[in-house]
Structures are given as structure tokens and as C-alpha cells.
Design a protein around this ligand. Structure first.
Ligand SMILES: *Cc1c(COP(=O)(O)O)cnc(C)c1O
Length: 431
């Protein structure tokens, strides 16, 4: 019999000290009717909680851990830099090295600025877009999540969707008035809004593969239409590749779908598990950023040597021949297995996948936008989550999150996951 007593005790203490007991909302596991377990350590594809229970991890720290946990190349790089000190607040060689690596990987990025989180990257990107265009309004898409900056908390995905809140108190209406949120993958609506207001749109920001409403791939022609229309009206196109960058391919979703955005945002994988974000784009745009230009943006710990070292070590592993092919293979194995498990158990489910990002929706209709995602049976998802958890499978505790496969997931891990899913779904269908 598994026990979770140490986690329960820690959570009790945490609830008195930290809002909801957690430092990021979805971790509290409320939407699946559970309390969180506290993690003691992680290695490869596995997590171990405070009570010694082991899990096959499909959260991967919400995206960064594409190599698996505690990858030796990453921990070694961190250890080496650690000897030099932890932070200088002055330029270091590693910042130049990672800038070169990202610029080499992503042709649309000619200059890049490192920050400390995905949120910082996206909020800085729209400041630059507004500064460059002299316009205020931005367009985003329902169910896309771009971090927690004020401008983006309109019909947002991830935790905002999980908690079922439309926006957030504390965000001034005057800020939100400059954000239009449109349905994802809806070309007609987008084109007609641009026709009416294109001249006042500073930027269109999009998750090129949406991973914060579950997993929703871009429809044919969606991204290219965004590209054409923004160019037509002098608006900037921002790809938020915080999740997809170095995930769906080394050059990100923009490489996969062959679109050059004006600005790209990164995070998660580029930090190799440390707090890092980045935004970059065309030279003429990025040259507007201080001190080269007037758009202000700064950071005490930006370009932190330890974080840069972890990012560089991670990217070096990703560059090795065959990396993405192997990841594609195991991700396909998982998605196909889940599809079979659903079919075998008579479960209405939709499995979406792009590379190593997978979404399982408990619904009977195709999911191509946030409204579709919301047709999922959330109670059933919660029950499914709990049954998987009991079987040692650590999924994101929300219907509106993607699942990440890492290079550390073995065929045995994946087959065990499929087996657990089949058992869980069959118990749900009997009930
Ligand atoms: C995670 C995420 C962010 C926010 O990044 P943080 O590091 O959590 O601030 C922004 N955009 C996308 C697409 C993300 O997945």
C-alpha cells in the first residue's frame, strides 16, 4: 500500500505559508480533486516523491526536460560553471555562446536578448512590437497562454483555463482594452478583424502549436495567413515558442511549418531546467531594445552563467544526429498506444500530437480550438488522472495541458503507460 504522508504533511505546512500551498497554481492539483505530492528527486524519465513513490513523468517540469531529468551532460556543465561563481551582473562568455546557438538554430532570429522566464520574454516582445509600430492593440487567440503578464490574461489557457477564470482581478480594464482574443485556427474571423482594424494592430502573438489548451495543432493555412495578413497591415507577427522552441524540432515550430515570424519568444528548453527566457527577431526590430534603442528592458539575473550553461549543454545534446527522429518514434508509439487503449475500452477520446507534445481529450469531437477543447468531460478526466496517478503515471493535472515525451522515456516506460491507460479507461467505462 502506497503512502503519501510526508507529502500531505508538507502540503499542510505549505498551505499556511504560500497561496494554495504552491508557487504556481496548476501544481495544486485542485481540478483533479487531489493534493500535490512533493518531489524528492528526479532521474531520467522518473520522479520520486517525498514518500519514496516513483512515477513515470510526462510533465517534464512543464516542458524544459526534453533530455529527461538530471541529464549527466547538463549537471556536469552546471557543476563546472558553479566553480566560477553563481552570478556576476556583468557579461560572460556563455551569453555569447547561447546567443550564437539560438541564432544558428532559428534563421528568423538575428539578435536575441536573454531574460528569466517565458512571461518576461512575451511581455518584452509586445513592448518592443508596440514601441516599433507606435500602435497599442495586440491580437492573441483563445486558449493560448503567453505567461501571466497583464496584457495576456484574456481567454488564456493553462492554469487560467484549468481554474475556469475568464481573466484576473488586478488587471486594469484599460490594459485589457488593448488585447483582442480571437478563436484559434479560425481564418475567416482573423482576416475580417484585420480588414477592419489591421492598421491599429501592433502585433499578433500566437502559440504556433497550441500546448496550453491541451495540444492543438495549427490548421492548414492558419500560420501562413497570420504571416500574410500581418505583413499586409504592418503589424508584427510574434511566435510564442516558449513551449515549442527546440521541442517540435530544433528550429521550433517556425522550422516545422516554414514561417518566419518577426519576433520569437523562447523559454523552457533553452534554460535546460533553470529559469530562462529569451526573445529575438529581425535586426531592425531588436535594435530598438535598450541600450541600442529606446525600448527599455533589463534584468538583474538575465544571462545568468549557470542557467546559460544548462541551456547550452541541453542544446548540444539536441543537435546530435537522430535526436528528434528517436523522440518522434517514441512519441508516436505513445500516441498510437493511447488511441488503441481508447478504442479497446470504447472511450470517446481525441489524441492530438505534434512531435513529442501529445494531448488526450476526453471528447467525441475533433479538437481544433479552445471551444472544442472545452467539450471534454472534465470529471472523467479528473477520474482518469487519479487512476493514472495511482498506477505511477505522472500526468499534467488538467485537461488543458499537453503531455511531454522526453528522450529518457524508454519503450518500456511508454508501454507501461499505455497499459495503465487501458486499465484506467476500462475502469471508467464500466462505472
Ligand atoms: C510556459 C509558457 C509561457 C510562460 O513561461 P513561464 O516561464 O512560465 O513564465 C509562455 N508561453 C508559452 C507558450 C508557454 O508554454
Amino acid at each position: 500500500m502506497k503512502t503519501y504522508q510526508k507529502s500531505a504533511d508538507l502540503f499542510e505546512r505549505a498551505k499556511h505559508l504560500i497561496p494554495g500551498g504552491v508557487n504556481s497554481p496548476v501544481r495544486a492539483c485542485r481540478s483533479v480533486g487531489m493534493s500535490p505530492v512533493f518531489i524528492e528527486k528526479a532521474m531520467g524519465s522518473k520522479l520520486v516523491d517525498a514518500d519514496g513513490n516513483e512515477y513515470i513523468d510526462y510533465i517534464g517540469s512543464w516542458g524544459p526536460m526534453i533530455l529527461g531529468h538530471a541529464h549527466p551532460a547538463v549537471t556536469k556543465a552546471i557543476g563546472q560553471v558553479l566553480k566560477r561563481g553563481t552570478s556576476f551582473g556583468a557579461p560572460v562568455d556563455l551569453e555569447v555562446e547561447i546567443a550564437e546557438m539560438i541564432i544558428d538554430a532559428v534563421p528568423a532570429v538575428e539578435k536575441i536578448r536573454m531574460v528569466n522566464s517565458g512571461t518576461e520574454a512575451t511581455m518584452s516582445a509586445i513592448r518592443v512590437a508596440r514601441g516599433v509600430t507606435g500602435r497599442n492593440t495586440i491580437i492573441k487567440f483563445d486558449g493560448c497562454y503567453h505567461g501571466h503578464a497583464d496584457s495576456f490574461l484574456v481567454a488564456a489557457g493553462s492554469g487560467v483555463a484549468t481554474l475556469g477564470i475568464a481573466g484576473s482581478p488586478g488587471v486594469p480594464e484599460t490594459v485589457i482594452a488593448h488585447t483582442l482574443s480571437l478563436p484559434y485556427n479560425d481564418l475567416d474571423t482573423f482576416v475580417s478583424v484585420m480588414k477592419k482594424s489591421g492598421d491599429s494592430i501592433a502585433a499578433v502573438i500566437v502559440e504556433p502549436v497550441a500546448g496550453n489548451m491541451g495540444l492543438v495543432p495549427p490548421a492548414a493555412g492558419f500560420l501562413s495567413t497570420l504571416r500574410q495578413e500581418t505583413a499586409k497591415y504592418g503589424s508584427l507577427l510574434i511566435f510564442d515558442e516558449v513551449m515549442t522552441g527546440f521541442r517540435v524540432s530544433y528550429g521550433g515550430a517556425q522550422e516545422l511549418y516554414d514561417i518566419d515570424p518577426d519576433i520569437s519568444c523562447f523559454g523552457k528548453i533553452v534554460g535546460g531546467g533553470l529559469p530562462v527566457g529569451a526573445y529575438g527577431g529581425r535586426k531592425d526590430i531588436m535594435s530598438q531594445v535598450a541600450p541600442e534603442g529606446p525600448v527599455y528592458q533589463a534584468g538583474t539575473l538575465s544571462g545568468n552563467p549557470i542557467a546559460m550553461a544548462a541551456g547550452i549543454a541541453t542544446l548540444k545534446e539536441l543537435m546530435k544526429p537522430g535526436f528528434y527522429e528517436a523522440l518522434e518514434k517514441s512519441s508516436a508509439r505513445l500516441a498510437q498506444g493511447l488511441e488503441k487503449a481508447a478504442a479497446k475500452t470504447g472511450t470517446s477520446a481525441v489524441i492530438n500530437r505534434v512531435g513529442s507534445m501529445v494531448g488526450l481529450f476526453l471528447t467525441n469531437q475533433p479538437v481544433s480550438n479552445f471551444a472544442d477543447a472545452k467539450t471534454s468531460d472534465l470529471d472523467k478526466f479528473a477520474a482518469y488522472y487519479r487512476k493514472m496517478f495511482q498506477r505511477g503515471i505522472y500526468l499534467a493535472p488538467s485537461q488543458f495541458e499537453a503531455l511531454f515525451v522526453s528522450a529518457a522515456h524508454s519503450d518500456q516506460d511508454i508501454d507501461a503507460t499505455i497499459h495503465a491507460a487501458e486499465e484506467a479507461l476500462s475502469e471508467l467505462s464500466i462505472k
